[in-house]
Ligand binder design. Structure first.
Ligand code: HEC
Length: 188
């Protein structure tokens, strides 16, 4: 089956998405699919075994339907972000006085680097003796087993295709994703 990927201009995407209330800023990377949904980058494919959407690069990605419904993984990421990360990084990834806005970080930060920082943490010594500490969360299954969703949620926010607030809805949970989560949680 041949799929036609339409990379459309930021202006056209904004025009098309005003109806579902998305933000005005849209990354050039966001791609409108031929069924009207949006994903990051080109060539997103659904992997039924994992229950996730992936880009050609192998990075996980979001999939947002025209009516604002999120793929299950990304919706899960929205929930997990707000239980594990938002106390420091602010609601919906917008940052706080304490920790950076991850929706800005993901404009340039690669998926692998994102996973690396979350797993290993980072301590930055500041002039004057203070420390800026991102805790190492690699042993926390409530973070690591859902990190792809946290990433795709923040990436959708960063790409400007997902407005602040509670997402409009979610797709049914793919079987593959249930198995992937169980294996991750149980294998710990
Ligand atoms: C206890 C507070 C705290 C929590 C909880 C926390 N972070 Fe952080 N995080 C920080 C701080 C502070 C920094 C900045 C570290 C520095 O100065 O480089 C940071 C940095 C990061 C960075 C690097 C950003 C950049 O621009 O380089 C990423 C990615 C990140 N955090 C992701 C997460 C995710 C995802 C979660 C939830 C699973 C999370 N953090 C939970 C405090 C926190």
């Amino acid at each position: 089956m041949t799929k036609i990927w339409k990379v459309i201009s930021a202006a056209a995407l904004v025009a098309g998405w005003v109806a579902v209330g998305t933000a005005t800023m849209v990354s050039a990377e966001a791609t409108k699919m031929d069924d009207g949904s949006v994903a990051a980058g080109k060539g997103a494919e659904f992997d039924a075994d994992a229950g996730k959407w992936f880009l050609e690069s192998g990075d996980p990605t979001y999939r947002i339907k025209e009516d604002g419904t999120l793929d299950f993984l990304t919706y899960r990421g929205f929930q997990r972000y707000h239980s594990e990360c938002h106390v420091c990084h602010g609601p919906e990834g917008v940052g706080s006085t304490y920790a950076p806005a991850l929706i800005d970080s993901l404009k340039t930060m690669a998926y692998g680097d994102f996973v690396g920082v979350v797993a290993s943490g980072r301590v930055v010594h500041q002039p004057g003796g203070g420390e800026s500490v991102m805790p190492a969360l690699g042993d926390n299954v409530n973070v690591m087993c859902y990190l792809d969703g946290i990433y795709t949620y923040l990436k959708a926010r960063s790409d400007g295709v997902l407005a602040r607030g509670r997402p409009k809805g979610k797709e049914a949970k793919p079987e593959g994703l249930g198995a992937t989560e169980d294996a991750c949680l149980g294998g710990k």
